[in-house]
Design a binder for this molecule. Sequence first.
Ligand SMILES: [Zn+2]
Length: 80
Amino acid sequence: MALEYHQRGPSSPYTFDVVLTACPFCDHDFKPHESRPEHIGEHTPSDAGLTPLGEGGDASGPLFESDPAVATDGGEARER
Ligand SMILES: [Zn+2]
């Protein structure tokens, strides 16, 4: 990903600005004051290798394998 770090002046509470210089989806080079969100918003999820909006895989199962050592009832973790 093409990023540049621009150092801010001593009066700023932040040290650096991080500036996206090229689109990660189509390698478009941004002009200095071009809107990044506007350009990136024109891309579709499939441009990022994701499924289109409204289409997904099988979401019926749990996201993660359950670990019996991790309490899921809001209580403290139990020892194995
Ligand atoms: Zn792009």
